[in-house]
Design a protein around this ligand. Structure first.
Ligand code: TEU
Length: 549
């Protein structure tokens, strides 16, 4: 395995990456076609979101067959070719394993519906309350009740996500055996890692009860047997022995749990995603409530997680973007006046942290939010559900559109912008989701021509992590903790120190640094002109600089 502390992972959302058949949907051959670009960028692993057989109600996170490829993405031959070509370039593939739930079209669920008890036990069916209502008052992550009624059984089944995504019963050893088999099948094919979807939700409580305080998550998040179940999965499947790079997506988790998930001695996973730093612009913790980024909270959270995970010898996946999150340059940067500067600042700020950086397709060229103006442009199940829910709750259409423009998952799912030709070079057919109209300016071809582009900045960050051990292994020490506009830290390793200073705002700001021997430091990356480290510095809007001694 490549040293994951020196590696960078690139996330591909195949549906929107590159379409080679002109049916408007990206495909596996599209990924193969772009491997040279990814090699040029310098990434080590590709996390590819699910391309397995699926009705696509949640764009593939509703898997109907874990062993086969959905025809919209190509064939097994295409996948074999992709693996071969990626291996040639020393790029490892990571597949996305959605094991908390299956599609209701999966044969297991279909058999369960036929009344086959063996398969009914694969899922979580429960009797209604005495009044016939759902077994608990839990809310689905996509809105509405987390239970769906099946009249034939006079029972409900649990779905923490869409009603077509039924939660698996991990207490059943037959379920666990099936999941291990799936991992074995894909490892045989020569892939290098896995990303596990919402894997901290797999352990449900023994007793199902109403949540009088919240939406039910406290009963199943980092559930009582989750570590035990993960250890078993990792050990028995051969994932650990095969040195797979593994990352778990952890919803509403805690540092203590993430240490256990990722400390190598625990033999669970290599690293964890958490989302606390991406909720600092949620008003009252509500995704659809808009507010400015609470910068001091962002700093506090990132610092806490950096220090806490290091103390427990855990490992973070560090990131701003994925297929569920709005584009970071539109979110915490300025996608108009300071597009380049702010995109580069955000990149530096996250990439030099302790953890493995993840880049989401298009982030490296500064792709922005979609700014759709019509509900018909949205495809995402969550966006459409909430459009209706918020309307019922009495929110005005105008406000709902504002919320979707900021928060919809479709913001990150628009087609990758390759060039300035029709549909941004993504497809010659009609794309399944509209291309953003800034593609003539923001695209890969233009970025490659311009060495001062955001793309080259990302390329440099990836190479710095390989070159300097202090970035990969250094101790994390926050500095300028009281600053209301600058996020800064040191990373120390074997006499070497990195200093990363990032102005998060569009205003100049003066910083005073308490650092010895400033003259020994050299600037290794910046988004303005190279400059010297001084004990007092005035930072330009969104200025970001890193020094190493
Ligand atoms: O997401 C899990 C998850 O809880 C969130 O990221 C969620 O989509 C968001 O908070 C809603 O506001 C994972 C996948 O990344 C996502 O694409 C899937 O829809 C989801 O699991 C279900 O498989």
């Amino acid at each position: 395995m490549l040293d994951f502390k020196k590696s960078t992972v690139y996330q591909i959302y195949p549906k929107s990456f590159k379409d080679t058949t002109n049916n408007g949907t990206g495909d596996l051959r599209g990924i193969t076609e772009k491997l040279d670009y990814l090699k040029f960028l310098g990434v080590d692993y590709l996390w590819i979101t699910p391309f397995f057989v699926s009705p696509q109600n949640d764009n593939g996170y509703d898997v109907a067959d874990y062993y086969n490829i959905d025809p919209i993405y190509g064939t097994m031959d295409d996948l074999d070719e992709l693996i071969k070509e990626a291996n040639k370039r020393e790029i490892g593939l990571m597949y996305d394993m959605v094991f908390n739930h299956t599609s209701t079209e999966h044969i297991w669920f279909q058999k369960a519906l036929e009344g086959d008890q063996y398969y009914k036990d694969f899922y979580i069916f429960k009797k209604p309350k005495a009044d016939g209502s759902a077994p608990t008052n839990w809310i689905s992550k996509f809105g509405g009740s987390a239970w769906e009624y099946i009249e034939k059984f006079d029972e409900y089944y649990l779905h923490l996500f869409d009603k077509t995504q039924a939660d698996l019963n991990w207490e059943n050893p037959n379920v666990r055996a099936e999941l291990k088999k799936i991992l074995g099948f894909w490892m045989e094919k020569g892939i290098k890692g896995f990303r596990f979807d919402v894997v901290n939700l797999i352990s449900k409580p023994e007793v199902f009860e109403d949540d009088t305080e919240g939406d039910g998550r406290r009963f199943y998040t980092d559930g009582h047997r989750v570590h035990e179940l993960l250890k078993e999965l990792a050990g028995d499947s051969g994932m650990i022995d095969n040195n797979m790079l593994t990352v778990g997506e952890m919803s509403s988790t805690s540092i203590d749990n993430c240490i256990r998930y990722s400390n190598p001695e625990e033999k669970e996973l290599s690293m964890c995603f958490n989302f606390h730093h991406l909720k600092v612009d949620y008003k009252n913790q509500n995704k659809w409530g808009l507010q400015e980024c609470d910068f001091s909270k962002l700093k506090r959270l990132l610092n806490e997680w950096q220090i806490g995970m290091e103390e427990g010898n855990g490992w973070n996946a560090v990131f701003w973007c994925n297929h569920d999150q709005p584009r970071i340059v539109s979110r915490f940067g300025d996608d108009r006046k300071y597009h380049k500067e702010s995109a580069k600042m955000l990149a530096t700020m996250i990439h030099l942290l302790r953890g493995t950086p993840y880049i989401y397709q298009g982030e490296e060229i500064g792709m922005t939010n979609a700014y759709f103006t019509d509900i018909n442009q949205y495809v995402d199940v969550e966006s459409i559900n909430y459009f209706n829910i918020l309307k019922e709750e009495g929110m005005s259409e105008e406000e709902i559109y504002l919320a979707l423009q900021e928060r919809s998952r479709d913001n990150s799912r628009t087609p990758m912008q390759w060039n300035s030709l029709e549909n941004a070079g993504f497809s010659n057919g009609k794309p399944w989701l509209s291309v953003i109209n800034n593609y003539k300016k923001i695209n890969v071809e233009e970025s490659i021509k311009d060495e001062s582009s955001i793309l080259y900045h990302y390329k440099k960050l990836i190479s710095l992590r390989k070159k300097y051990d202090c970035i990969a292994y250094g101790k994390y020490i926050p500095i300028l903790e009281d600053s209301e506009s600058v996020f800064a830290y040191k990373r120390e390793y074997n006499e070497k120190t990195l200093i990363s200073i990032n102005n998060f705002y569009d205003k100049e700001v003066e910083v005073a640094l308490d650092i010895d021997y400033v003259e020994n430091y050299k600037c290794v990356i910046t988004n303005y002109e190279n400059r010297k480290l001084e004990s007092k510095m005035v930072l330009k809007p969104y200025e970001s600089i890193a020094f190493i001694n």
